[in-house]
Design a protein around this ligand. Structure first.
Ligand code: KG4
Length: 337
């Protein structure tokens, strides 16, 4: 079964054709990074306009590269939530148009579910149940993936996402957008013990996260140094901050493995491309004797192959949308439409 998927939740316009949820026939990503760079972050209005300009070409390329015509496609999957509302609407409306004009079923896909599904493409043997740490620009979750369309949130951030904290730290350190990836590079030559950060504490749920205190702390360190006319080492402060963020992610993931008696752990979302996080999770997995699945680097960021993969399982579970499908800026991963 071939699924054509469309993704436009943030700053990548993407389309892909995937067979039976795991075999990628094409995966086209048109990134807007260069256009947002001068503003230091994604400008939502510009993102929407650029999606509108790119989407027809990206979808045509995805079909062409897969050697398909629209009539070969069994379903159109589209990211409908969460994300930038104007950006999401471009993909949702394009997918609705395709479905309406061709009669091909339309399948709505939750963006974070699709980040998890990136692992199904990288690791064809992976099947639920497993524990997943989802770390993206807007979300940080510990999810018990009970089935392909059955999710239980066991930990979540109370404020900022890990990716948001890394992006803000990178920006304050003067690193260009996209912050997380540039912080990752800059931190490679730094000393992770050069600066100390407070250990965040969240009451009630031991698996919940909070990154706003860490974010404020790094910004204060930079401001204090600049007020004293001191130069901070971007590599050292970047490495120390990254270390503090990864420490927190690792600590709670270890607690979740123990609490859930997990045998399998996966990582998902844009921050799962981070080199420190990947290597620390590998060490943790060895220590806890769990099998670790990491998405391949090219599938960590936003792409449509992962949407097609999750779309396949949503389709099998009977999920369909009609022409009333809307886009939503926020939506829990557990919500069923
Ligand atoms: O999942 P994603 O592509 O978009 C959302 O759905 O939010 O995640 C984007 C986030 C951004 O915060 C970006 O800075 C971060 O992933 N990111 C990284 C790396 N690559 C992307 N953070 C740390 N290290 C990286 N190598």
């Amino acid at each position: 079964m071939k699924i054509l998927a469309i993704e436009s939740s943030c700053d990548e316009t993407a389309a892909a054709v995937v067979e039976d949820g795991r075999r990628v026939l094409s995966n086209i990503v048109s990134t807007q990074i260069e256009k947002h760079k001068i503003f230091g972050g994604v400008v939502p209005e510009i993102a929407s306009r650029l999606h509108a300009e790119a989407i027809s070409f990206v979808v045509s390329d995805a079909l062409k590269q897969a050697g398909c015509e629209l009539c070969d496609i069994d379903a159109v999957a589209v990211t409908y939530a969460p994300g930038l509302i104007g950006a999401l609407l471009v993909g949702v409306n394009y997918a609705k148009g395709l479905s309406y004009s061709s009669g091909i079923p339309l399948v709505p896909v939750h963006h974070l579910r699709s980040h998890i599904a990136a692992n199904y493409i990288t690791h064809p043997e992976l099947e639920p149940p497993f524990l997943c740490l989802v770390v993206s620009g807007g979300n940080t979750l510990l999810v018990n993936v009970k089935g392909y369309t059955d999710f239980e949130i066991i930990g979540r951030t109370r404020d900022d996402a890990a990716g948001e904290a890394l992006d803000k730290a990178a920006r304050s350190l003067g690193l260009p957008y996209p912050g997380g990836v540039n912080l990752d590079k800059a931190a490679k030559s730094g000393n992770p013990d050069a600066f100390k950060f407070p250990k965040p504490h969240v009451s009630d749920n031991p698996l919940d996260f909070s990154f706003s205190g860490l974010k404020t702390s790094v910004i204060n360190t930079i401001h204090n140094a600049s007020q004293k006319g001191e130069q901070v080492s971007v590599a050292d402060l970047g490495a120390s901050f990254l270390n503090a963020v990864v420490d927190f992610l690792e600590t709670n993931t270890e607690k979740a493995i123990d609490l859930c008696h997990a045998k399998t752990l996966a990582l998902a979302g844009g921050v799962s491309a981070n080199s420190v996080l990947r290597s620390r999770m590998e060490t943790l997995a060895k220590k806890k004797k769990v099998k670790l699945y990491l998405p391949e680097l090219s599938l960590c960021g936003d792409n449509a192959a992962m949407v097609a993969s999750q779309g396949y399982y949503e389709f099998l579970s009977g999920k369909r949308a009609d022409m009333t499908l809307n886009a939503y800026a926020t939506m829990p991963i557990t919500e069923e439409m």
